[in-house]
Design a protein around this ligand. Structure first.
Ligand SMILES: [Zn+2]
Length: 327
């Protein structure tokens, strides 16, 4: 795909009643997909891009044969929730967000000290001070891109929004929600191709996000939709087999994580070098450490690793050396 094509938004009809709006991102996969779904009394906009970019919502929505009557947020990451305030202002439509997801959204983006809180937590997981200082800075830059909508209508898994069933699909984010109608899944960042969703452990979050995600993938393989449309990359045309591929990918990464452990306690930061290499920019190191920790915590749950937590921080060992003594 030509980079040029992502420079401005694109609106495509994927199938009757399902449109895709692609917006540019300054980093990472360089684009994010939002969706417009025909609902009972208008269009449901799913996800909103970043908040500081001049997303031309009026221009995008002028091509529709009806109004946007609701805005649904799959999860609280900047490229999905960041533009919610602007989209709500452009459409006049209410924002709908998961109860747990909104609670975390407020805690992370609605408080000024999150970058410091998360940097302290990374330090406890072995990240050197100078690297976590850079994390604080990049965290503040991210926060500038997030303009979420305060006090949205709150929904839970099992609810129905504009004729679409709300599925709880935790893992990539604790409160991640997807939408299902008939044989179509709108998956947010739960099911992607060709990239695999990042599954990281973060402070003040659920303790075993990889365990959550493995359950989510097993459940989605059972739902077995015909097609799944995600937040980045291509449509997934055989979702059940993509679920199995991603499960195998994490199995393999769990093996590599277990192989990185021995008798000497090692931090998540150290293990991230085994898994993702030494040469990473601070923002990528942040994801690498969070991802290493989600795999380490999964191994602890499985009895395949020990965790030592003390004044000097958190570190992991192979299980045979025992996991309870303070550092
Ligand atoms: Zn995400």
């Amino acid at each position: 795909m030509v980079r040029q094509a992502w420079e401005t938004h694109r609106l495509e009809e994927l199938e009757p009643g399902v449109l895709r709006v692609t917006l540019p991102l300054p980093t990472g996969p360089r684009h994010v997909h939002c969706y417009l779904l025909r609902g009972e009394d208008g269009w449901l906009l799913v996800d909103t891009g970043l908040g500081l970019q001049e997303t031309p919502w009026e221009e995008i929505l002028a091509g529709l044969d009806g109004e946007v009557t609701q805005i649904f947020i799959t999860h609280m990451h900047p490229d999905h929730v960041g533009g919610a305030e602007a989209a709500a202002a452009a459409t006049g439509a209410p924002v709908v967000q998961g109860r747990l997801d909104y609670a975390q959204c407020e805690r992370v983006w609605g408080s000024g000290d999150w970058p410091e809180r998360i940097a302290d937590w990374f330090t406890r997981n072995g990240v050197p001070r100078e690297v976590s200082d850079e994390l604080i800075e990049s965290g503040h830059v991210f926060a500038d891109f997030v303009r979420f909508a305060w006090n949205p209508a709150l929904v839970e898994p099992g609810d129905i929004v504009a004729g679409w069933h709300v599925l709880g699909t935790p893992g990539h984010a604790d409160g991640h929600l997807s939408l299902n109608r008939g044989d179509v899944l709108i998956a947010g960042d739960t099911l992607l191709t060709p990239i695999t969703p990042a599954i990281g452990l973060y402070p003040e979050s659920r303790p075993d996000p990889l365990g959550d995600y493995i359950e989510t993938l097993a459940a989605l393989a059972e739902v077995a939709p015909r097609v799944s449309y995600g937040g980045h990359g291509r449509a997934v045309t055989s979702p059940a087999s993509r679920c199995r591929e991603i499960l195998a990918h994490h199995e393999e990464r769990l093996e590599r994580t277990a192989a990185a452990l021995g008798r000497e306690p090692r931090t998540g930061y150290e293990v991230s070098h085994d898994l993702f290499g030494r040469e990473l920019a601070p923002i990528q190191r942040r994801f690498a450490v969070a991802e290493a920790l989600s795999h380490l915590e999964r191994l602890v749950v499985l009895g395949r690793a020990g965790r030592r937590s003390g004044d000097r921080g958190v570190a992991y060992t192979a299980p045979s050396s025992g996991g309870r003594a303070p550092l």
